[in-house]
Write a protein that binds this ligand. Structure first.
Ligand code: ADP
Ligand code: MG
Ligand code: ZN
Length: 470
């Protein structure tokens, strides 16, 4: 049996969080009363004239620069003609053959090394309104009794990002999306939340014999609402296609909805895929010609991007830890703490778990003091450690007084406490000896409580275990 290589290209839509819509002054927003944020332009009344949103144009350039794209000196809006109730104008305004950004890339860090994913284009368009299907099972159109249309979303600035078919596993697609999302969030141009629909992803999937360079027929999967679901949808489609090829069949180009509950891929009616949009340049809008000075300024203002930071953190940590630090805005503190002498993994665990839980603001933490605490975390009492982390964001915090607190590991001091706890909990002792070994933690917890968290938990563990042995 030959082995198969998955080939995946993504089409991603991102709603920009500008104050107003793409071509009118209506507010962009989520959760306002239905059809309250509309006007003749975004409702498509005859004769209404669109005026482009300057901020949206700047933001797509900003995103394009972050994705290493060439920025078009001249981009053109076109009309994409089709009829559907969510598009009252009868056409969607979208950049087509001359998009704002082309030919970019983003580097995804994998355990095996770095992988460059091509960005074919990123262009500006307007979102359609929202159809709300009432009745029926899942809020989808199938089986619904009727459909309502909320035009508030119509005309919201949308960026479409198209990747090259450079992704080769569901896991890689997921990582790419995590990175892209973080980049978008850090640029401040969108909250990019799949649950709210401000980030939407369609996956194009094909498979080919490993080693082959030829692209085979792809299918497209839509309607997935989290990165995990996307990865599962891709895996399901890859498995389906391999089976088709191996049983002597042929994969056909088709669009599927992925149902997470059942894991099923349901084909959409081909009618919805008709590709005859009769594009032509929008006569009511001038081409987008961002001045070179603007592009230069935006390029200069770009912050250091998550892809570069994840790659750097991954020199010392695995991807999952690196991602948690970078997406949590914790990587700079982690780096400084490691530079101050802390162990990388230990610092990452302390920062990503305990420090965040303690509510300290990462920016307020002195990495030198944090490094001292991380270093001492096994030596000082748990309660002391937790107390120190709770105060570490305070102005002028010093770790010294906490470091002086050694935890109690002296068995002669701990034994009487262990004995007292055992004597006071005879019912649990019986259960433990009867095989309920999970109760060990209960006894250890009691001793820690008696010592106000100062006992060394490893020593307590050993003592309790020895004392409870039948
Ligand atoms: P269309 O113009 O029909 O939308 P594109 O060439 O723009 O097609 O490709 C759309 C998306 O599909 C892109 O993300 C691209 O990378 C991906 N893609 C194209 N061909 C394949 C293939 N054979 N296998 C997987 N993905 C593909
Ligand atoms: Mg396309
Ligand atoms: Zn409007």
């Amino acid at each position: 049996m030959s082995t198969w290589e998955p080939v995946i290209g993504l089409e991603i839509h991102v709603q920009l969080k500008t104050r107003t819509k793409m071509f009118c002054r209506c507010r962009v927003g989520f959760g306002a009363e239905e059809n309250s944020q509309t006007c003749p332009v975004c409702l498509g009344f005859p004769g209404a004239l669109p005026v482009p949103n300057r901020t949206a144009i700047e933001w797509v350039v900003k995103l394009g620069l972050a994705l290493g794209c060439e920025i078009a000196e001249r981009a053109v809006f076109a009309r994409k003609n089709y009829f559907y109730p969510d598009l009252s104008k009868g056409y969607q305004i979208s950049q087509y053959d001359l998009p704002s950004c082309v030919n970019g890339n983003m580097i995804v860090s994998l355990a095996e090394g770095q992988h460059e994913i091509g960005i074919v284009r990123a262009h500006l368009e307007e979102d359609a309104a929202k159809n709300v299907h009432v009745g029926g099972r899942t809020g989808r159109i199938g089986g619904a009794e009727y459909t309502l249309v909320d035009y508030n979303r119509g005309g919201t600035p949308l960026v479409e990002i198209v990747t090259a078919p450079d992704l080769h596993s569901a896991e890689e697609a997921k990582r790419f999306l995590q990175l892209l999302r973080q980049t978008i969030v850090e640029l401040g141009i969108s909250d990019a939340e799949m649950e709210k629909g401000t980030l939407r992803v369609d996956a194009n999937v094909s498979v080919r014999p490993a080693g082959s360079e030829v692209l085979r027929t792809r299918s497209e999967i839509k309607n997935m609402n989290s990165f995990t679901h996307i990865a599962r949808g891709i895996d399901a489609e890859v498995a389906r296609q391999i089976e088709v090829w191996e049983s002597g069949g042929e994969v056909e180009q088709h669009t599927y909805d992925f149902d997470v509950g059942s894991g099923a891929l349901t084909a959409r009616r081909t009618k919805e895929e008709a590709d005859d949009y009769r594009y032509f340049p929008e006569p009511d809008l001038a081409p987008v010609e961002p001045p070179a000075e603007l592009v230069d300024r935006l390029r200069f203002e770009l912050p250091e991007l998550p892809a570069a930071r994840i790659a750097r953190v991954m020199k010392k940590l695995d991807h999952d830890r690196a991602l948690v630090l970078v997406t949590g805005g914790l990587d700079r503190l982690w780096e400084a703490t490691v530079a101050a002498g802390a162990d990388g993994v230990a610092a990452s665990n302390v920062i990503a778990n305990q420090l965040v839980a303690s509510g300290a603001r990462p920016g307020a933490v002195d990495p030198t003091e944090l490094a001292k605490l991380v270093d001492a975390r096994e030596r000082i009492p748990r309660a002391t450690f937790a107390e120190a982390l709770g105060k570490i964001g305070d102005h002028g915090f010093s770790a010294e007084p906490y470091l002086a607190m050694e935890s109690v590991s002296d068995t002669s001091e701990l034994e009487p406490i262990v004995d007292a706890v055992i004597a006071a909990n005879s019912a649990q002792v019986e259960q433990y000896r009867g095989g309920k070994e999970g109760l060990l933690g209960f006894f250890v917890g009691q001793v820690m409580k008696e010592t106000k968290g100062r006992a060394d938990p490893r020593v307590v563990n050993e003592l309790v275990r020895a004392r409870l042995a039948p």
